[in-house]
Design a protein around this ligand. Structure first.
Ligand SMILES: NC(=O)c1ccc[n+]([C@@H]2O[C@H](COP(=O)([O-])OP(=O)(O)OC[C@H]3O[C@@H](n4cnc5c(N)ncnc54)[C@H](O)[C@@H]3O)[C@@H](O)[C@H]2O)c1
Length: 417
């Protein structure tokens, strides 16, 4: 049985989900022909690291407060980056420079500039690099992409993507999450990228990665906060609403609206209009697929499904595509389809050479294109006008952390490669 040896950096909330998925992958190892073994973990918070080590039965020698020490090992195959957004770039680059292939949590980074650095580093050093975008790993996405490629919708000309939550600011309304989610320094932005990578990334992938032309946008913090609940020393620095209208090649309009807080109800309304038919995207996956779920827990917006609006022999129809049911059958018929139903499985298969550049989803590129769109919204907000893709690329900011206190040392990150 082939086994991929993994080192994790960051033992916070999402690392536990990654551990759950690695153990669930083991249950499917016979069908997949491979599994993963997490052999080491680095975490700057010593108490968290100790607790994490005890929970998963790690020896002290495999636990590091300084990730650079872990990167000196020669018995680790891949690095799984689970730190917060603005650390993704320097830490992924450090891991690639140390010789490792990297699987990184979403969003790839908080700006196009930072994601592009990671992609360029991987290309230059010949490393495999993959980003967690769970919404791609569902039968919903595969069916929608296939329908568009077959021309079932004719020419797609408009996307509406709305994902509104009334009170779901991580770390503020949802105290189980780290308060870094609302720190501008750590997270970069709020729901624009936190949800955006899943939902914008999914639509771009479904549409075959159309090229962005221009963006007009609006982003701000609209809903009042109670300062007594703001415990992060950086304060509450991210937007709670993000609204953008983008034009893509071939005359495609794309409207994006998301909130982490709004004085309205929770809802999600996403559809693609085409000249021959339309598709409603019901509940994109923002959890991580079935292997990422605890027993019996259903996603916040429900199971990812699709509805087709079109024409059958001259009659108007609405068809429920039952992606979840069909996805279950698909996987029973071909267990290797799990590679397309889970992020970590796809990365492991890619690392092992079972999937190649063509057959894996190019998640870094999808993530970078999502960031171009959201960078455009922030740039447009700043300049007070619509911005072109060339302007967005030229003005995309560096948001990654350039230094960090690790133990008694102030570590300066060297991102040159
Ligand atoms: N929490 C979620 O449900 C969730 C879901 C999907 C994606 N994510 C993404 O995962 C990332 C992490 O989120 P989280 O909720 O796990 O945050 P978290 O704060 O719980 O975990 C991050 C951990 O990284 C550690 N860390 C920071 N710098 C480090 C370094 N140099 N070396 C080693 N460890 C270091 C922190 O001490 C912390 O324990 C974010 O980018 C987030 O967008 C989180």
């Amino acid at each position: 049985m082939r086994e991929v040896r993994v080192g994790i950096i960051g033992a916070g909330m999402i690392s536990h989900r990654h551990m759950l998925i690695y153990s669930n992958i083991e249950r499917h190892a016979a069908q997949l022909g491979f599994k993963a073994k997490v052999v080491a973990c680095a975490e700057i918070n010593p108490d968290r690291l100790k607790k994490w080590g005890e929970q998963y039965g790690f020896e002290e020698k495999d636990l590091y407060t300084d990730f650079r020490k872990m990167l000196e090992r020669d018995d680790i195959d891949v690095i799984d980056v689970c730190v917060h957004n603005n650390l993704h770039t320097p830490i992924s680059i450090a891991a690639m420079k140390a010789g490792f292939d990297v699987y990184c949590e979403k969003p790839a980074a908080a700006s196009y500039h930072d994601a592009k650095l990671m992609i360029d580093c991987a290309e230059k050093l010949g490393r495999k690099f993959h980003v967690q975008i769970s919404s791609l790993m569902t039968p919903q996405t595969r069916v929608a992409r296939d329908m568009i490629a077959r021309g079932d919708l004719g020419t797609p000309y408009f996307v509406n993507l709305e994902m509104i939550t009334r009170r779901r600011r991580p770390g503020y309304d949802l105290p189980q999450f780290t308060t870094d989610f609302y720190s501008k320094r750590m997270a970069g932005h709020g729901p624009s990228i936190d949800l955006g990578v899943y939902v914008i990334g999914q639509i771009l992938h479904i549409l075959g990665m159309p090229e962005l032309q221009s963006v007009n946008g609006f982003a701000k913090r609209g809903v009042d906060i109670d300062e007594r609940l703001v415990t992060n020393p950086d304060g509450f620095g991210v937007e709670d609403i993000c609204h953008g209208f983008a034009k893509f090649e071939n005359g495609l309009g794309f409207h994006y609206l998301t909130t982490s807080a709004a004085n309205y109800k929770d809802y999600s309304m996403t559809y693609i209009l085409g000249s021959k038919g339309g598709l409603e995207i019901i509940a994109a996956d923002t959890v991580g697929g079935k292997l990422a779920r605890r027993e019996g827990v259903r996603p916040f917006f429900g199971e990812p499904e699709l509805k087709f609006y079109g024409d059958l022999n001259g009659r108007n129809v609405e068809i429920d595509l039952k992606c979840d049911e069909n996805g279950n059958v698909e996987q029973r018929l071909d267990p290797s389809m799990l590679m397309y139903n889970d992020n970590q499985v796809m990365f492991l298969a890619y690392w092992l050479g079972i999937l190649d550049e063509e057959s894996r989803y190019n998640t870094p590129e999808i993530a970078a294109q999502q960031l171009l769109f959201t960078d455009g919204i922030f740039l447009s907000q700043e300049l007070g006008r619509a911005v072109t893709v060339d302007e967005i690329k030229a003005m995309s900011p560096a948001l990654f952390l350039t230094e960090q206190q690790i133990g008694s040392e102030l570590v300066k990150f060297d991102i040159s490669f």
